[in-house]
Design a protein around this ligand. Structure first.
Ligand SMILES: Nc1ncnc2c1ncn2[C@@H]1O[C@H](COP(=O)(O)OP(=O)(O)OP(=O)(O)O)[C@@H](O)[C@H]1O
Ligand SMILES: [Mg+2]
Length: 482
């Protein structure tokens, strides 16, 4: 491809040079011939004019021999013509056998008193001749020279001209070849680069060596490459994100059906046992009914949690944002859960809250966040443990933390703890009536208030769950932003 461009460029230069050489040759030969002919005409005119110095008598006495001598001396054929056109003397032929010269154009002009010139083929010699005639006292005197000399002179000039111009064209040819080679190589690089892009390698770049059109093209192709690279990476990221979302969705469906199946199977099993006769077994019937109620409650709380989550996610949950005193908000929540903690002999302590500290939130949502966190802290802290609730002001927000002296969480589980249905110990959580949705609800509610969540924990020592709430209206809509 580039080789074709190279040969095209070189052929174009060659054609231009041949055309230029032909034109120069044509013009130069024309000019040289004209100049030579002009010079010869002037020279011959001067020579023939010398005959004017001879008087009538001397001219009439010129015989064949003297005319021949004059011809040798002048280098041309000499002819004397009478006013009536008759040839009086000629250095080459016998005048008696020569036809009347009265109609020869140069003779006509000379007989009319002017110097006449003419170039034509001599009927006697068969070659081109230059004729120059001048008036003399007895009529006209004419000198004729063959133009063979002119031709050979012009041919000589042409040959030299062609050699010199050809030599002058050589460096031009060389330069054209270098340029053609250079540009075809760069075009080759651009073609290779375009093919690399076409194969999907968007990281390749072209070297930018100049500011000419090819340099600009290289720069723009590089820009196209980096844009394609950017779009490609973006698509890959989106693809990974979509794959991740699809995995989460599938996991969620599996989890939900599993969580529903377990209590349902239990309810079904115990109901059948009761129908099959256990209803009359006084030692077991009440226990079986308790189990059925427990599972029904579990189903109830599971569906309630799922509904809460989907409402927040679909933004159909309405929030009533307002400013609240933090101490009031925290005391309310703690009061409602302290009997549960007391049952397990766990001390529940609220550290002093900054005076008059206010938060901007939905009190119901915050109540649920704290309840879920306290519920976990109580659930996963052995009897006799301690739970501490504290609040610390941040820049434009307040950080509320709930620390326990419970079982703690392994480090590798911390990152996934806020995912739906994620539980460190599934069996234990289920045993304690947990669905694994509590922390997912905490996270979504906190984000909907314009806050954040986090956890720090040391296994077998305890955990600290925290969340933040803004102190001022952040302009979050009533439907919340997640
Ligand atoms: N304070 C804590 N100490 C130790 N582990 C905890 C604590 N809080 C949560 N976890 C772990 O995180 C998991 C998820 O908690 P989450 O509140 O989401 O679910 P759950 O308590 O099992 O069920 P529920 O939906 O009823 O709250 C729990 O199963 C438990 O393993
Ligand atoms: Mg929980």
């Amino acid at each position: 491809m580039t080789a074709r461009i190279f040969f095209k460029l070189i052929s174009a230069v060659l054609i231009i040079m041949v055309v230029a050489l032909t034109a120069v040759d044509f013009l130069a030969s024309e000019m040289a011939e004209q100049a030579y002919l002009q010079g010869l005409t002037i020279e011959m005119a001067e020579k023939v004019r010398m005959l004017r110095t001879l008087g009538d008598k001397q001219l009439l006495q010129l015989n064949q021999q003297t005319v021949r001598d004059l011809s040798h001396a002048s280098g041309g054929r000499i002819t004397l013509v009478a006013p009536d056109g008759r040839v009086l003397a000629d250095s080459e032929s016998d005048p008696a056998h020569m036809e009347n010269h009265g109609n020869r154009p140069e003779i006509k002009a000379a007989l009319a008193g002017q110097t006449g010139t003419s170039v034509r083929q001599s009927p006697t010699m068969g070659t081109n001749y230059l004729y120059v005639a001048t008036p003399v006292s007895i009529g006209a005197a004419r000198i004729a020279v063959p133009l063979k000399e002119v031709r050979s002179q012009v041919t000589h000039i042409r040959q030299r001209l062609i050699v010199y111009v050809g030599l002058a064209f050589l460096p031009a040819m060389l330069l054209a070849a270098i340029f053609a080679r250079y540009y075809s190589r760069r075009l080759g690089e651009i073609i290779d680069f375009a093919s690399t892009l076409a194969t999907g390698n968007f990281q390749a770049r072209l070297p930018q060596t100049s500011n000419d059109e090819l340099g600009i093209l290289a720069r723009q192709l590089n820009e196209t490459g980096s844009k394609l690279q950017h779009i490609f990476e973006e698509l890959q990221r989106e693809h990974t994100e979509l794959e991740k979302l699809e995995r989460i969705r599938k996991d969620f469906v599996i989890n939900v059906s599993h969580e529903l199946r377990t209590p349902l199977a239990s309810i079904q099993g115990y109901t059948e046992t009761l129908i099959d006769g256990a209803i009359h077994d006084d030692s077991n019937n009440i226990r079986f009914l308790h189990i059925i109620r427990q599972n029904a409650e579990r189903l109830g709380s599971l569906t309630a949690d799922l509904l809460t989550l989907s409402r927040i996610e679909l933004k159909s949950q309405k929030f009533q944002f307002a400013s609240y005193y933090l101490s009031v908000l925290l005391t309310d929540c703690i009061d409602s859960l302290s009997p549960v903690a007391a049952k397990k002999n766990i001390s529940l302590l609220l550290l002093p809250v900054p005076d008059k500290a206010e938060v901007f939130c939905d009190s119901e949502a915050v109540h649920q966040i704290i309840s879920n966190l306290l519920d976990n802290a109580i659930k996963y802290t052995p009897e006799g443990g301690r739970i501490t609730v504290a609040a610390r002001p941040l820049d434009g927000a307040v950080r509320i933390s709930i620390s326990d002296t419970g079982i703690g969480i392994p480090h590798e589980d911390l990152a996934r703890l806020f995912e739906r249905f994620y539980r460190v110990d599934k069996a234990r959580s289920r045993e304690l009536g947990g669905t694994g949705l509590g922390l997912a609800i905490v996270k979504h509610l906190a984000k909907a208030q314009g806050g954040d969540v986090g956890v720090e924990s040391v296994l077998n020592q305890g955990s600290t769950f925290w969340f933040t709430l803004p102190t001022h209206d952040l302009g979050i809509s009533e439907h919340g932003a997640i």
